[in-house]
Design a protein around this ligand. Structure first.
Ligand SMILES: *Cc1c(COP(=O)(O)O)cnc(C)c1O
Length: 464
């Protein structure tokens, strides 16, 4: 191809991109379209349709002036992949778009994303109010890491608005909760808790991992910051660890309580992030300072895999929730299962909140108690063939774990009860297989539990 022809092709592409922008101005694209296209145009240099993996640490500057402008944050440009990367940027923009946020910053894990979201707005001596019904890794992080930072923490019953209200202190700087808690299946009343937070001029941070933006968008209900472990449903196939922080861009960081975001930053030659970047002030600080200094950057390859996951998010979630409801209904009707915590069940006490916040389905992670206590739970897991016994959730493949003999192994039965976990509690992450096969496997597992219990009873009879 001659130079002239090549030039003509590029010009044609640009004008098509411009036409697309003009058309977009009057049209709101649906979720299913945005999960495929948001944040990306085919690469203008190569025409590549898929998002290229920019496996590079660094970027050649056009000239010394633009290099200086990038480092001063006067212009937005790629410098070093610990801070930004074009593949990661598409993932960030796509998640921000799907959540309805102003922007997003990706991290190497969900745990890193949470730490960074908090580190950006906290100082030693501050206080956080958090739901007590959280992912176990988050409980550890808050209990130990926050204390090391000299940050105080109050756990509250997420279902009790007064508990949130009464926990607030003058030094409270954030509320934290999960859209769907674990193992109780608590659905957070986001609108109510956000109103309490905003009344005290504090941001609400919501971990939306279990719901995904397809099932719930917490920002639409007043949340200020949304966190994801992309490791789970966003990636969707159990291949990669990653996380992301989305900010709504509407919180007033200059309300006098957040000097750490609003005042001149000693870590960035006196820059005032909120005043300078407005809507993007918190996000800029999260990237240019916190990500820079903690260094937990998402790799371009993992960002690419998460983008593959996002392309089918709505399709997978529809199947996940259909299967979860079918499995939960089967368990609810089974004699050897009790206390099924799926909030999508008609009998769930969270039903009204589910209808409000999760009209498309209540996710696919929940627990139940297997009869026979510890031995019953272990017998069930031992006899399953299709469900994978492992410590993860949000895979297209169905997963199961028995907390009393794994994640909560160190706890006594009394401590287990305090954590809402019984000796026979089993946690499921329902995948996208044929629902009939998942139910068949559980059914034959229960038959083994019953047989083992019968054997034990026979032994008892024989020895008495
Ligand atoms: C897995 C998970 C996390 C932690 O994310 P990682 O990617 O494992 O670091 C946080 N919150 C929830 C709800 C999770 O399921």
């Amino acid at each position: 191809m001659g130079e002239v022809e090549k030039g003509a092709r590029v010009t044609d592409k640009l004008s098509r991109a411009e036409k697309l922008s003009a058309a977009e101005a009057g049209h709101a694209f649906g979720f299913e379209t945005r999960q495929l296209h948001a944040g990306q145009r085919p690469d203008p240099n190569t025409g590549a349709r898929a998002v290229p993996i920019f496996q590079t640490t660094s970027y050649v500057f056009e000239d010394p002036e633009s290099a200086a402008a990038y480092f001063n944050l006067q212009e937005y440009g790629n410098t070093y992949s610990r801070i930004m990367n074009p593949t990661v940027a598409v993932f960030e923009e796509r998640v921000a778009n799907l959540e309805g946020g102003a922007g997003a910053v990706a991290f190497a894990s969900g745990i890193a994303a949470q730490a960074a979201a908090l580190f950006t707005l906290l100082q030693p001596g501050d206080h956080v109010v958090s739901s007590a019904a959280l992912y176990g890794g988050t409980v550890n992080q808050f209990k130990h890491l926050l204390r090391k930072m000299n940050v105080e923490l109050t756990w509250v019953d997420p279902d009790d608005p007064d508990a949130w209200r009464h926990a607030v202190r003058p030094n409270t700087k954030a509320f934290f909760g999960e859209t769907i808690g674990n193992p109780g299946g608590n659905v957070l009343d986001i609108e109510t808790v956000a109103a309490i937070a905003h009344d005290r001029e504090v941001p609400l941070i919501v971990d939306n991992t279990f719901a995904t933006p397809y099932l719930c968008r917490p920002i639409e209900w007043g949340a200020d910051i949304v966190i994801h472990s992309a490791t789970k449903f966003i990636g969707g196939h159990g291949t990669s660890i990653g996380g992301v922080v989305v900010e709504a861009g509407t919180f007033n960081w200059s309300n006098g309580r957040f000097a750490v975001v609003a005042d001149p930053s000693p870590a960035y030659h006196g820059l005032q992030f909120h005043e300078t970047f407005g809507t993007y002030g918190y996000l800029m600080k999260l990237r240019a300072e916190t990500l820079r200094d903690l260094g937990a950057a998402l790799s371009p390859f993992n960002a690419f895999l998460f983008l593959q996951g996002l392309e089918t998010l709505s399709l997978r979630m529809e199947r996940h929730v259909d299967n979860a409801l079918a499995v939960a209904a089967f368990l609810e009707s089974h004699d050897l299962a009790s206390n099924v915590t799926y909030p999508g069940l008609p009998a769930s006490k969270y039903r009204p909140l589910t209808e409000k916040y999760l009209p498309r389905g209540a996710g696919a992670v929940f627990s139940f108690d297997c009869s026979g206590g510890r031995a019953g739970g272990q017998d069930l897991i031992r006899s399953l063939t299709l469900w994978s016994h492992l410590a993860n959730v949000g895979d297209a493949k169905s997963l199961i774990i028995h907390p009393a003999s794994t994640t909560h192994r160190q706890l006594s039965d009394a401590e287990l009860r305090a954590a809402g976990v019984g000796p026979g509690t089993v946690r499921l992450s329902v995948g996208t297989e044929s629902a009939a096969d998942l139910i068949w496997d559980l059914d034959q597992g229960f038959a083994s539990v019953a047989a083992a219990a019968g054997d034990t009873a026979d032994e008892k009879v024989a020895t008495t």
